[in-house]
Design a protein around this ligand. Structure first.
Ligand code: BDR
Ligand code: CA
Length: 322
């Protein structure tokens, strides 16, 4: 039995972040979730916070602590992704207002205090713009000594998904992403190079819909992403980026990649947020990340399906409308 991972998720839910939270909560034997921090990103922080609470409540986990952090990027105005995720971030299913409340501590203070206090090294998963994490590193670099691994969803060595050059999370706060990749810790990168190759199918969405209440919610939430990606990218389904981070933590054998150097473009022009991935080691710089270029899509969806099916026996919580 693999050991339980002491985990923090920093995120911006967002539909796919929401599903990443459900995956963590579906596997309590694998994750000791120390808390969730949220920032502004896909939608404003008031909604990302609310959506994280809704995910915990849907999973029957009112005990999880959720902390609101930075409302926007370090140096730039926040650019939302609400066309994809909807105004409140969970287009596709109207979940009831949560009865859980946010913790009063700021997300950055939570990151610093929790990582410093942990008796075991903490794994940090990030699925949004990495503003909270970057501010925590700048304010208290000693946290890096007590971090086992930082797994981040972001970047692209091919095309971007928000501009031709950049993936959304790194575009949203490139300065924070730059701090992450220069912090001295080797980052694990889950980019859209792989998430765009592990896309949803209508058959899978139909199947998920039959897996109890949570399955129905998940299926309804992912359908707009499926439609958006089919309409906007050359894919046959929707890329559910953030769950791939949790997929990696649960089963690293589903992923293949190599150690490379990545530099984040912090310009204010069309190159903003581009991750310059030195796949062929042209620059002879030391590797600062393990970068995946392959995912076992079938294996990933089997894993995700299994996790969603675990919720089947949960009673419906505070359901007002379905
Ligand atoms: C990333 O951008 C967001 O819209 C998703 O939640 C994901 O984290 C993919 O580019
Ligand atoms: Ca996200």
């Amino acid at each position: 039995m693999p050991k339980q991972i002491p985990l923090i998720l920093d995120c911006d839910p967002g539909i796919d972040d929401f599903i990443a939270i459900l995956m963590i909560l579906a596997a309590p034997e694998r994750f000791n979730l120390l808390g969730i921090s949220v920032s502004g990103g896909n939608v404003p922080v008031k909604y990302t916070a609310l959506n994280a609470l809704k995910a915990c409540e849907l999973a029957g986990r009112r005990d999880v602590k959720v902390y609101a952090g930075c409302p926007g990027p370090m140096l730039r105005p926040l650019e939302l992704q609400d066309e994809v995720h909807g105004e409140t971030g969970l287009k596709g299913y109207d979940l009831p207002a949560p009865s859980m409340t946010l913790e009063s501590k700021h997300g950055v203070d939570f990151l610093i205090d929790t990582i410093l206090a942990s008796s075991e090294k903490v794994t940090l998963a990030t699925t949004g713009p990495v503003t909270n994490v970057a501010v925590a590193i700048v304010r208290e670099p000693r946290i890096l000594d007590n971090i086992e691994e930082i797994v981040t969803m972001g970047g692209s060595m091919a095309l971007g998904n928000i501009t031709p050059a950049a993936e959304y999370n790194f575009y949203a706060d490139p300065d924070a992403a730059h701090i992450l990749y220069t912090c001295g810790k080797k980052i694990t990168t889950v980019s859209i190079d792989i998430t765009h190759t592990a896309v949803t199918s209508l058959e899978w969405l139909d199947h998920i819909e039959t897996l109890g209440h949570v399955g129905k919610v998940v299926s309804a939430l992912i359908r707009p992403i499926h439609e958006w990606d089919v309409a906007n990218f050359d894919t046959e389904g929707g890329a559910i980026h953030d769950p791939c981070v949790i997929g990696y933590l649960l089963d690293p054998t589903l992923f293949k990649g190599q150690d490379v150097h990545v530099e984040i473009n912090t310009a204010f022009d069309v190159g903003r947020g581009r991750s310059i991935v030195d796949w062929w080691h042209k620059r002879s710089l030391p590797a600062n990340t393990h970068y995946f270029n392959e995912i076992n899509s079938k294996g990933f969806y089997e894993l995700l399906t299994g996790l969603i099916s675990r919720f089947q026996n949960l009673p419906k919580i505070n359901e007002v409308r379905s």
